[in-house]
Design a protein around this ligand. Structure first.
Ligand code: ADP
Length: 230
């Protein structure tokens, strides 16, 4: 996928906030791309534009042979529904549905979902499936939210600070799970974080500062998340 000179300016009446300056980025199929930057540097804005959750003020988003930016609302919805899975810092599970129902709801939205039991095996939470989110730990909820994203069999998995609300050990387990899905399901993963140490697990690392991508570095030897320390 290609982001071509995408920018985002929020018009707040008196002032305009330039959340993202014109930025270009290619995302390679099957890679794990880590986007690093301090709070407020534009990471979420960039990720939301990638996922069709937000439209850029200028520039183009190209996915395969499809121009997401100019395709209109129907194409945008189809793209978001079928091609993209989202994982959020605070899980965003539906509280009134059990873990299994949260996953089933996502599966029902798409044409070719993966078998739910396969996904449950991936995330390793079989026995908790009939529990509600409030009965689960943060790490368990995040595993369910990953299952909910992955059951759609998306080509792109977008993760916004997925370990931001978790303790150290649980955070590392979640990162390992994301890596396993990236490698095992050939699913492109883009992960944003302010945690510099996490960059070491990426195939590439893009650094952001003040609404700009200031560096994109290849990482020839990405490490396994279990070995990362912060
Ligand atoms: P990050 O994810 O790196 O913390 P964001 O992309 O969330 O950064 O935000 C970048 C900048 O854009 C910040 O200054 C933020 O306050 C501003 N911003 C983000 N979303 C909005 C919005 N909906 N309205 C106004 N300003 C926004």
């Amino acid at each position: 996928m290609k982001l071509q000179q995408v920018s985002k300016t929020y018009d707040m009446g008196e002032v305009k906030v330039e959340a993202l300056k014109p930025s270009s980025l290619d995302i390679y199929a099957g890679e794990m791309l880590v986007i690093l930057g301090p709070s407020g540097s534009g990471k979420s804005t960039l990720l939301n534009i990638m996922g069709g959750m937000d439209s850029p003020t200028s520039g183009q988003v190209i996915f395969g042979d499809q121009n997401i930016t100019s395709g209109g609302e129907v194409a945008l919805t189809r793209y978001r529904r079928n091609e993209v899975g989202f994982v959020f810092q605070f899980y965003n599970l539906i509280p009134d549905l059990t873990a299994r129902e949260n996953i089933e709801l996502a599966a029902e939205l798409v044409k070719n979902p993966l078998p739910i039991d396969d996904i449950l095996e991936d995330v390793g939470l079989d026995e908790r499936m009939d529990h509600f989110p409030s009965q689960m730990s943060g790490g368990e909820q995040q595993r369910i939210s990953i299952a909910r994203a992955v059951v759609k069999n998306p080509r792109l998995l977008l993760c916004d600070e997925p370990t931001g609300a978790l303790d150290y050990e649980t955070g590392k387990l979640i990162l390992s799970l994301l890596k396993k899905i990236n490698r095992g399901r050939d699913c492109t993963v883009v992960l944003i974080t302010h945690n510099i140490a996490i960059g070491a697990m990426g195939d590439r690392v893009a650094r952001m500062r003040s609404g700009e991508i200031v560096e994109i570095a290849e990482n020839p030897t990405p490490v396994s998340p279990e070995t990362i320390e912060w």
